[in-house]
Design a protein around this ligand. Structure first.
Ligand SMILES: [Zn+2]
Length: 70
C-alpha cells in the first residue's frame, strides 16, 4: 500500500498492516507531523479496545455474539 497523502497511513500504521517500506516512510513522516502522532495514538487506543473486546467474545467469536452477522 502506498498512499500519496502520508497522513492517511496513520490508521494502517497503528494497525500494523503497512509493509516495511511504507512503515519506514510513514515513520519519517511521523517524526515531522504532530497531527499524525495524535492520530496514531488515538488509533492505537481503538486497536487496544477492539483487542480487549475480541478477548471477551464467547467461543465461536463474533458470529455467536452477533448471529445476524453471518
Ligand atoms: Zn501527518
Amino acid at each position: 500500500m502506498r498512499a500519496i497523502e502520508p497522513h492517511v497511513d496513520a490508521g494502517a500504521y497503528a494497525l500494523g498492516v503497512l509493509g516495511q517500506a511504507d512503515a519506514c516512510r510513514f515513520e519519517r513522516h511521523l517524526s515531522e507531523c504532530s497531527a499524525c502522532v495524535v492520530r496514531v495514538r488515538e488509533f492505537g487506543e481503538v486497536v487496544e479496545h477492539l483487542a480487549a473486546y475480541v478477548r471477551l467474545l464467547p467461543p465461536g467469536g463474533a458470529h455467536r455474539a452477533f448471529p445476524w452477522r453471518r
